[in-house]
Design a binder for this molecule. Structure first.
Ligand SMILES: Nc1ncnc2c1ncn2[C@@H]1O[C@H](COP(=O)(O)OP(=O)(O)O)[C@@H](O)[C@H]1O
Ligand SMILES: [Mg+2]
Length: 382
């Protein structure tokens, strides 16, 4: 079989690509600030926020690696300690992880936080370094009135390097910090990552596809389709999951390349967004337009033009022996479908013919569902 996923692990959320597209500016800025401070022997603290899949973890880990590889600053090597705090939301459990990062291990009980900090300092004393501590998913830790943030952001290891702190979370943690810690996270110490837009998602997908997929197995139209679907949340993780899912669907089909239909199938299995109840709520006009759309799309591309759709819809009405539909009604119906989240519309260049897309379900499946419903409607009218 012709494999499409030749290096699947590079699509995994835990894989850190050597180059982060579309975050060059943020990486540059933070890297400069850290190097500047550490070069003076001072720590630098950062509060990094942004939505799910906005690249917070990737940015922090890329930054950490780049700093480590950048060589000594003010005479000390840079080391990063990354801790995901999601499941270890207490100062003591996070501290145990940090101890391991300076190669000290303590039994999980019997030590107070300050005793642990003493041992931590001893660990650093043995290996003087700039330590950059990354506390990922730090919301619950900080909301629990952590003392660790205060203690670590105040640690001044004079002559032993410095301890810097990067707090990473979906929400802005500043309001939850104690007043003393807040002074470490002033405005130049906060970076909020905007959600990725469609173009950025497409670039990210293309760069990761290049790593993971056989050359020529995915074309730009499919990349754009996935980017369009993921755009609603600007979530790169979801976009990459979709790409992986679509690649699997294509392989299962024995296809040599990913088609739009595979993307819809992957999306359907990731989040079944269209329920049959939702279809039950549609008017006959909507069902008809949607059916001609899914027939138009079946096996052919991710979107079509409103002109082509209208022509196919007219044919469908003739086939159903239903009265023709005026242009205005056709447009109103399309708008209704858009409002229901079933199709997406995009103004075309001339303004006359718009792009119409349906990403919710595999077109073949939707066609079956709709034909069934329209058939039932006709039967009951008789
Ligand atoms: N700019 C980017 N370039 C390439 N891959 C990216 C980029 N931003 C995010 N990713 C990838 O998207 C996925 C989600 O990113 P992640 O950093 O885990 O998001 P967050 O931590 O904000 O939820 C990861 O697989 C990551 O490698
Ligand atoms: Mg993350």
């Amino acid at each position: 079989m012709n494999r499409i996923l030749v290096k699947e692990e590079t699509l995994d959320a835990s894989y850190l690509p050597s180059r982060l597209v579309r975050r060059e500016r943020e990486l540059d800025l933070t890297s400069r600030r850290f190097r500047e401070a550490l070069g003076k022997g001072l720590p630098y603290h950062l509060l990094l926020t942004g939505g799910v899949g906005s690249g917070k973890t990737a940015l922090a880990r890329r930054l950490g690696q780049d700093l480590e590889r950048g060589g000594r600053l003010a005479g000390f090597p840079v080391k990063t300690a990354y801790v995901n705090c999601w499941r270890r939301a207490s100062d003591r459990t996070v501290m145990l992880d940090l101890l391991r990062s300076v190669h000290v291990s303590l039994p999980d009980r019997g030590y107070s936080l300050s005793e642990m900090l003493d041992v931590f300092e001893q660990g650093i004393r043995r290996n003087p370094q700039h330590l950059v501590i990354e506390l990922d998913e730090a919301s619950s830790l900080v909301r629990q009135e952590t003392k660790l943030v205060y203690l670590l952001s105040r640690a001044q290891e004079v002559g032993l390097g410095s301890i810097s702190l990067i707090l990473i979370a979906v929400e802005d943690l500043f309001p939850f910090l104690d007043p003393a810690s807040r002074s470490s996270f002033g405005v130049t110490h906060r970076l909020s990552l905007a959600p990725y837009d469609r173009a950025a998602l497409a670039d990210i997908l293309a760069s990761r596809a290049e790593l993971a997929l056989r050359p020529g197995s995915v074309d730009r139209d499919v990349i754009d389709q996935i980017a369009r679907i993921a755009e609603a949340n600007g979530d790169a993780r979801f976009a990459l999951e979709l790409l992986a899912g679509a690649a699997h669907a294509a392989e299962d089909d024995g296809a040599s390349a990913i088609a739009s239909e595979h993307v819809r199938r992957a999306k359907g299995s990731l989040l079944p967004t269209v329920s049959e109840t939702q279809l039950d709520a549609l008017s006959t006009n909507e069902l008809g337009v949607l059916l001609s759309l899914s027939r138009t799309l079946k096996g052919r591309g991710s979107s079509t033009t409103s002109q082509k759709l209208r022509a196919n819809h007219t044919t469908l009405l003739e086939e159903l022996k239903a009265p023709a539909m005026s242009r205005t009604t056709f447009w109103r119906t399309l708008k209704e479908l858009e409002r229901d989240g079933l199709v997406s519309l995009e103004a075309g260049e001339s303004g006359e013919s718009s792009k119409v897309a349906m990403d919710e379900l595999p077109a073949s499946y939707l066609t079956t569902l709709l034909e069934e419903r329209l058939g039932r409607g006709r039967a009951s009218k008789r």
